[in-house]
Design a binder for this molecule. Structure first.
Ligand SMILES: NC(=O)C[C@H](N)C(=O)O
Length: 666
């Protein structure tokens, strides 16, 4: 049998702990439960691993597994030679990866019934890594596989939809993609993915993975390790040991493994002896809104590069309708000839007619500014300054913004000037409050005789997560604000991976949860026991916090859902309607099987179940149609029928349900 790593004794209640409650007598080592229900081998193994010593909780043997969806779009990484040219080869990647021990541990897969459990031939598992984690990845291969030169905005839309569809089932996403247009796809996805909370990592290679010497294996492995281990809520690009923000990169070398550059932003992470994440640079969606993908893109956009002697007729032809948005690649810090009234007149005519023209530099590095007269003339012609955006980012941003039909032209222009996903540096001159400005850190540094920047940083990194957690415990927003101004990252966890959001969720500090979410805290952060802030809020029954976290996109994983089955039955058995209600608000399904194959509905009886459902409908109206369809999908015809009869809604359309008509007692 494979060795399962344990996280050691848990010091507090976790979801997994429900399984080891002695009063529930859940120790099950046989294939068949007491009620004769066949348990899946993975769940059986999990249940049998529960401690037989009373009150000693044992972490789930699978708590240290994470899941990554790999979408293979094509590119050199999966190409083979045919008639002396490279072209993508279909249905070959999974077979080949299965034979590579650094990318697949067959023994573990067999012993844990992984293929059966995930129901996919295309699932693989990485060997145990340094952080004691297993990354299970499933490959979704597109057909046909494409050289990225053949990709269009439709392919970006397909990627967006697939990520949206699978978002809740995976911890992170890897996209295998050709390098030629990878910077465009990465930029476009960064805008399309609104309120992203999980990592999406694009990678590929310069030499096919099937060749003896290649960069594909390292790139794929690095991308998987990052997507499976770190909650970096960005569309990123991983290549040659570096993780970049996707909308900051450009392909700079066709013949080197070091093919990409991010000239205006340092890498988000470097994979050297250790993978070190530059958390201060990681971009976070500061909202309490749910993840969604906007697949609408406007194709009437283009890139125009200035060159000495360009004719006004070329410019005029390029700016003709249906063109709606153009990135003008200018000289140096955003300059164009100021002695060419013919050219400037064409630009002005177009902007007056409603074409949005963004000024970006042709230089690899740097930003546009209005420091020269030759730059000012473009402002006068109505161009927008593109800051230090790459042309790839500016073009895909235009395509995304122009597709927003509900916005006026002015609103679109305003949006173009805003920093939406970290694609531009907001204020290059704005000095950030630095570490050494903090009196608190200074005092500690002085008493320890420390003065160098690296040591100061090490102190900050060690001290601030527990300090932020302490502030979260007592609901002290001011203290958190002070820590944040000092340059501390409020999303980092303490030694147990518990973030301030976990603590605030346990304590039920609603305002503080709101504050943290609006400052980039992640609802997907898992502590060392695999618990998210949502698990904590449920455990400590903070209804309003549960609702807020759900609105922000928090959800249970499949494993947590399955564990919930037993907890729900236990609550049902003890008649704890309040307890059941909070689980439902958190997204649990009353038809989930408990340890012995019974559901909470069966334990509590139909009439009471309906009462619980109705109570939760009352507090979460938008969930009505979802719950009904869930009950329907689960084949709980009697529940559905009873509800429909009860609320008099024959159409089953949740939106039209009259809540005041629902009796409070059944
Ligand atoms: N290295 C590569 O992947 C180049 C290839 N032509 C592509 O972009 O699909």
């Amino acid at each position: 049998m494979a060795e399962f790593s344990s996280n050691g004794p848990a010091s507090r209640m976790s979801l997994g702990r429900a399984l080891s409650q002695p009063s529930l007598n859940l120790i099950e080592t046989n294939d068949v439960s007491p009620t004769g229900v066949q348990l899946h081998p993975r769940r059986r193994r999990k249940l049998s691993s529960c401690s037989s010593v009373e009150n000693e909780p044992v972490a789930s043997p699978f708590a240290d597994e994470s899941r990554v969806l790999v979408i293979n779009t094509g590119g050199t990484i999966g190409m083979t030679l045919h008639d002396n040219v490279l072209a993508p080869k279909a249905n070959a990647l999974v077979r080949s990866l299965r034979k590579l021990p650094i990318l697949h541990d067959e023994l573990y897969a067999q012993q844990t019934s992984m293929y059966e459990y995930y129901g996919s031939e295309n699932s693989l598992v990485l060997p145990l890594n340094k952080l004691n984690k297993r990354i299970i990845y499933t490959i979704l291969e597109y057909s046909p596989l494409l050289d990225s030169s053949n990709m269009t905005t439709d392919d970006w839309g397909r990627l967006g939809k697939d990520i949206e569809k699978n978002y809740e089932n995976y911890d992170g996403f890897v996209i295998l993609h050709g390098t030629d247009t990878m910077a465009y796809t990465a930029s476009a996805l960064s805008f399309m993915c609104e309120n992203l909370g999980k990592p999406i990592v694009l990678t590929g290679s310069q030499v096919p993975i099937y060749e003896l010497r290649n960069d594909g294996r390292d790139n794929l492995l690095g991308a998987l390790l990052i997507a499976g281990q770190f909650v970096i809520p960005e569309v990123c690009l991983y290549f040659f040991n570096k993780l970049y923000r996707g909308n900051r990169v450009t392909k700079v070398d066709a013949g080197s493994f070091n093919a990409f550059s991010s000239p205006n932003l340092a890498p988000l992470a470097t994979a050297e002896v250790d993978i070190s994440i530059n958390w201060d640079t990681v971009w976070r969606a500061n909202t309490t809104a749910k993840f969604q993908v906007s697949t609408e893109l406007n194709r009437n956009v283009g890139l125009l590069r200035l060159f000495p002697g360009i004719t006004s007729s070329t410019v005029r032809a390029f700016l003709q309708p249906p063109m709606q948005g153009v990135v003008l690649e200018t000289y140096g810090s955003g300059n164009a000839p100021d002695n060419r009234p013919d050219l400037l007149a064409e630009l002005k005519k177009a902007t007056d007619a409603g074409v949005i023209i963004v000024n970006c530099t042709q230089c690899l590095r740097g930003t546009v500014s209005a420091s020269y007269a030759t730059g000012m003339v473009l402002m006068d012609a109505g161009l927008l300054a593109g800051g230090d955006m790459t042309p790839e980012a500016a073009l895909s941003k235009l395509s995304y913004v122009l597709a927003k039909k509900e916005l006026s032209l002015d609103a679109k222009k305003k949006m173009m000037a805003e920093n939406l996903r970290g694609e531009m540096s907001a204020n290059l001159d704005g000095a950030k409050l630095c570490l050494s400005d903090s009196r608190f850190i200074q005092v500690i540094a002085k008493s320890l005789s420390i003065s160098c920047k690296e040591e100061l940083e090490a102190i900050r990194n060690a001290l601030t997560p527990p300090l932020a957690c302490a502030a979260a415990k007592i609901g002290d927003i001011e203290a958190l604000d002070a820590l944040r101004e000092m340059g501390s990252n409020l999303c980092l966890g303490d030694f147990d991976g518990r973030t301030p959001l976990h603590i605030a969720a346990c304590e039920g500090h609603f305002k503080l949860v709101q504050y943290l979410l609006s400052h980039g805290a992640s609802v997907h952060a898992k502590d060392r026991y695999g618990d998210t802030p949502l698990c904590n809020a449920v455990r400590f029954r903070h209804k309003d916090v549960v609702k807020l976290l759900r609105r922000t996109g928090a959800h249970f994983s499949r494993e947590q859902m399955e564990e919930a089955g037993t907890e729900l039955c236990s609550l049902a058995a003890s008649g704890d309607i309040d307890g059941l209600e909070i689980w439902i608000l958190a997204g649990a399904d009353l038809t989930t099987l408990g340890y012995d194959g019974k559901t909470a509905v069966q334990v509590v009886g139909l009439r009471k179940t309906c009462f619980v459902l109705i109570t939760s409908f009352r507090s979460q109206k938008s969930n009505v149609s979802f719950r009904l369809s869930q009950a329907e999908a689960a084949g709980r015809k009697e529940v559905v029928a009873f509800l429909v009869q009860l609320i008099g809604n024959k159409s089953m359309n949740g939106e039209s349900i009259e809540f005041s008509a629902i009796p409070t007692e059944i």
